[in-house]
Design a protein around this ligand. Structure first.
Ligand code: MN
Length: 246
């Protein structure tokens, strides 16, 4: 049985073909029969405003995910940097199981560490400060307590600032730091890690304390539309279209 991992779908009204692809994916018999689907963050393009967020296509996507879990399929969700204020209410909306960032799962007897990936980009010091600030319980509660129009106003106001700062960062700063990857893997006792966020789909093999280790990076759905397919035969990064047409 397949276990599927996707991330960085970045759904928005500006890319209707990706909304269609997402819906097609979750209705596909192969996906419905999979042991589980894991979404490792950044489901939507725009910052999640809270459980009352009705920015299209949120409603349509939430209904689709609820339909998927109601049919008996298992769905897991790890929050990305677009979902920093998302809480357990998302479970009630979609029927998914919310997992903490840096959760260890066991697949075919192997322990695997799951994360969105942004916490591993430790060279981007400013971003890590921002993330830690947003993760403070009282900041999240305060943000969620604001009226919906105010939250929209704040996020829209901050977007150009965040975009400008991201554009100015050199590529090596916005990639994960190998030392941070190894530290996380060591402390969780794993030889495999799966993450997204960097939009650089790849499989990296390296040596971790004398043992063969692997880092699987999921791609975004802007261009590549990748899914990591895991089963008894191994793990393979595939294009969504190649997977669902099988
Ligand atoms: Mn991200």
């Amino acid at each position: 049985m397949d276990t599927l991992f996707i991330s960085d779908i970045h759904l928005s009204q500006e890319r209707p073909e990706k909304i269609q692809l997402f819906i097609q994916f979750f209705r596909d018999p192969a996906v419905r029969c999979a042991g589980a689907v894991y979404i490792l963050g950044d489901l939507f393009e725009y910052f999640w405003l809270g459980n009352d967020d009705h920015t299209p296509p949120a409603g349509e996507i939430i209904d689709e995910l609820m339909d998927f879990t109601r049919s008996g399929s298992r769905l897991y969700f790890i929050r990305g940097n677009r979902e920093l204020v998302m809480d357990k209410g998302f479970k009630a909306l979609t029927g998914c199981v919310m997992l903490d960032d840096m959760t260890v799962i066991e697949l075919d007897g192997e322990k695997i560490l799951l994360t969105h990936g942004d916490v591993l980009c430790t060279r981007d010091v400013k971003y890590q400060w921002y993330r830690r600030f947003m993760e403070l319980g009282f900041i999240r509660k305060l943000f969620i307590s604001f009226p919906y129009p105010l939250r929209t106003f704040l996020v829209n106001g901050l977007r150009p600032v965040m975009r400008r700062s991201a554009d100015r960062k050199p590529p090596e700063i916005i990639d994960v730091d190998q030392t941070a990857v190894e530290r996380a893997m060591r402390s969780h006792g794993v030889l495999e890690i799966i993450h997204g966020h960097t939009h650089r789909p790849d499989v990296h093999q390296f040596n971790l304390d004398g043992r063969a280790a692997r880092r699987y990076v999921l791609g975004d759905w802007y261009r590549e539309d990748t899914v990591l397919v895991c089963n008894a035969g191994g793990k393979q990064l595939m294009r969504i279209r190649d997977y669902i047409k099988e």
